[in-house]
Design a protein around this ligand. Structure first.
Ligand SMILES: Cc1cc2nc3c(=O)[nH]c(=O)nc-3n(C[C@H](O)[C@H](O)[C@H](O)COP(=O)(O)O)c2cc1C
Length: 362
């Protein structure tokens, strides 16, 4: 990497924009519709004020256990499709960075590297499933995830179809030939490679693959199909959280998919407290969408999350400097979180849940 070292995750974003092709940048940065929810994620996080405590405790550490996995901090890498779009080593490089940081990696079913290759990095892998229409293929994928050593499954529930992402439609975005859904198509080209006027090829491919009619009994089937801890991702309504936990989900991820699905859905941080009130005694509640700093992690913890997922900033860092870039971004985040916890007077991650918060327009 040339130039001064990044000192925040935002610095990686600016650099990534200067190195990525504009249509790849748009695919990653964009949200659905008018990008109201995408913007709301940041606005809502920025409105959370946290009251620090003084003369209390000395920070013992930032360690946390999420879904039965001990990690160096309450953070996991969010599942993100097609990481070879931004760097040739793709998910392998991201896994190396996660491993170095001591945190789990959620591995997307739409990854561009094979799960077995990524598992060889030694990273803790949580396999993220999309609900494939073809049930035998879905079963095969679960078996493959288990055999490769995934320590948890995450099922994403907020993509019955892909949100309408206007940047991709305008760009007629399609995957380049050398980026494939490595775990689904065995390297073959797919609908995602066929650019056509007035649509995103990725959206067309995803709609072809996924079953829009996923139901609660399907989730029961998945629960009975695996002994691995199971997280459900893409929950905003506490009633859905309660139902998923009733079926045996071990964790709920409060997420609006980084503003990429229903435009007009609330910011994840706005939806968090009600979900925690509903199921927080029974399972862990994680959060993603818009987290960009250690202060943001502190905000989520103070509002009751057990941990957070980080999405786009890690793709920016991967684009800028591969595994080293992503590792550096995670190291920055770790430093920021440590400093935030010290400044807030917390002895550990759990203590952050006792902090007072309020909302303000500053
Ligand atoms: C380029 C990109 C690809 C994504 N692919 C997936 C995916 O395959 N599966 C999934 O559950 N979520 C996917 N997501 C959503 C992320 O897991 C996460 O919910 C979101 O990015 C968090 O918001 P943030 O990027 O603001 O941190 C993707 C997000 C982006 C930006």
């Amino acid at each position: 990497m040339t130039g001064p070292a990044p000192v925040s995750l935002d610095d990686f974003e600016a650099r990534a924009q200067s190195v990525l092709p504009p249509e790849v940048w748009d695919f990653i940065a964009g949200g659905s519709g008018s990008e109201l929810t995408l913007r709301a994620n940041r606005q809502a996080l920025d409105s959370v004020a946290v009251y620090p405590r003084v003369l209390g405790s000395t920070l013992r550490g930032t360690e946390a256990s999420l879904l039965g996995t001990s990690g160096s901090m309450p953070i996991a890498v969010a599942p993100m499709a097609y990481q070879r779009l931004v760097h040739p080593a793709g998910e392998v490089a991201m896994a190396e960075a996660a491993c170095q940081a001591g945190i789990p990696l959620m591995f997307s079913a739409l990854s561009s590297c094979a799960i077995e290759e990524v598992a060889r990095t030694g990273a803790t892998i949580w396999f993220q499933l999309y609900w494939l229409q073809h049930r035998p293929k879905l079963e095969q994928l679960i078996g493959r995830a288990e055999a490769a050593g995934s320590t948890a499954l995450v099922v994403t529930l907020d993509v019955p179809i892909m949100g309408r992402r206007l940047r991709d439609v305008r760009n007629q975005f399609a995957l380049p030939a050398d980026v494939v859904a490595a775990n689904l198509t065995d390297g073959a080209a797919s609908r995602a490679h066929l650019a056509s006027a007035g649509e995103s090829a990725i959206a067309a491919h995803t709609s072809e693959l996924l079953g829009p009619s996923l139901t609660w009994p399907d989730l029961e089937w998945l629960r009975s199909r695996t002994d691995l801890p199971l997280a459900v991702k893409g929950i905003l309504d506490p009633r859905d959280a309660a139902r998923a936990v009733g079926i045996g989900a071990d964790a709920v991820v409060v997420s609006n998919h980084g503003g990429r699905q229903l435009d007009g859905a609330p910011a994840s941080i706005t939806a968090l407290a009600a979900v925690v009130a509903e199921v927080g005694q029974q399972c862990q509640v994680l959060l993603d969408s818009g987290i960009r700093s250690g202060t943001d992690v502190l905000r989520a913890l103070a509002l009751g999350a057990s941990g957070v997922l980080i999405g786009r900033p890690l793709l920016w860092a991967l684009a800028v400097d591969g595994a080293a870039g992503a590792a550096q971004a995670l190291s920055l985040l770790s430093t920021e979180l440590r400093e935030s916890l010290i400044l807030a007077g917390c002895a550990d991650v759990a203590a952050a849940r006792d902090l007072r918060t309020d909302l303000r327009s500053w």
